[in-house]
Ligand binder design. Structure first.
Ligand SMILES: C[S@@+](CC[C@H](N)C(=O)[O-])C[C@H]1O[C@@H](n2cnc3c(N)ncnc32)[C@H](O)[C@@H]1O
Length: 283
């Protein structure tokens, strides 16, 4: 697996092996359970569907997908051995037996052509060095009648407007962009990268989830995910001069007090973009 170590050196994943990030991924999947159910429904996942989960992390979402296609085996890959160890442990703990977890780089998959009905890639594409290369690989391993499905975050809408939190998020975004390759910054949008890879037609499915004081527990959970994100990223954002200590404290305080606001409304948008491999073009 030497090539993976070399790739990691040239394009380090900022949260490789991080326990806090593993916990955050598990929390995120629990909070987004209704979004993931909707994805399963839209993709028509059921017994018999050959599925690849590309960039599976701790397998929080993989377990959900695996339960939908059981007993058919899911192939779940990630380039981080620590996350895969955790994923195997958690799958065993939750009694999920139909997943094969494998150490792989999605920009260079060691998998045969035309293997999967659905190649699914959730919250990963903006981490890879070359998203177009990664989608080219996903297309290659997908059957001709199959689809490549990319899930991206579509942003958050809050009422009342959270000025200090938004400033912190915006500045965090600049720090994050500073770590990305030029190719990665060019292809932040799933539609553009699926289109450039020759997938057609492309279907865009915005999937919202929201909470207000009518569901205070869900409101708290929705807020807890970005809170954890910012807590994990505090040190590098500040150390690299993208955020001041005061901006961090102000943004976090505003976010923490949000669920106590009697008129609080939080909406998270997730976007499932699906590209079909049945192209009229010869490739
Ligand atoms: C934000 S996590 C998402 C994990 C999972 N899909 C989920 O939604 O919970 C991103 C994952 O992509 C993995 N990753 C990043 N670049 C990768 C690459 N080139 N090949 C395989 N996995 C990669 C990281 O190791 C990490 O586990």
């Amino acid at each position: 697996m030497r090539h993976l170590d070399e790739r990691r050196e040239s394009n380090p994943y900022p949260w490789a092996g991080s326990r806090a990030e593993m916990d955050r991924l598990e929390m995120q999947a629990r909070v987004q359970a209704d979004i993931i159910s909707r994805e399963v429904q839209i993709l028509g996942l059921k017994r018999g569907v050959q599925l690849l989960d590309a960039g599976c992390g701790t397998g929080a979402v993989t377990r959900f997908l695996a339960a939908s296609v059981a007993p058919t085996e899911v192939c779940a890959v990630d380039m981080d051995a620590g996350y895969l160890d955790e994923a195997r442990k958690l799958a065993e703990r939750y009694g999920i037996t139909n997943v094969r977890f494998d150490l792989q780089d999605i920009e260079d998959l060691k998998l045969p052509d035309q293997t999967f009905d659905v190649s699914y890639c959730r919250l990963v594409l903006y981490h890879v060095s070359d998203p177009l290369k990664a989608v080219g690989e996903l297309k290659r391993v997908t059957k001709k009648m199959g689809v490549v499905a990319i899930v991206d975050e579509g942003g958050v809408l809050t009422y009342p407007y959270l000025t200090k939190f938004e400033t912190l998020v915006e500045k965090r975004g600049r720090w994050w962009n500073s770590l990305r390759t030029r190719e990665s910054q060019n292809y932040r949008n799933a539609y553009s990268v699926l289109s450039a890879a020759g997938l057609s037609p492309i279907e865009v499915n915005p999937i919202p989830t929201f909470a207000s004081q009518e569901s205070p527990e869900k409101l708290r959970q929705l807020v807890s995910v970005p809170l954890k994100r910012l807590e994990i990223d505090k040190e590098p954002m500040i150390a690299n001069g993208f955020v001041t200590e005061q901006e961090y404290v102000d943004g976090i305080e505003e976010l923490k007090s949000f669920p106590d606001n009697p008129s609080a409304f939080w909406m998270l948008l997730s976007v499932l973009t699906i590209g079909a491999c049945t192209s009229m073009k010869t490739d």
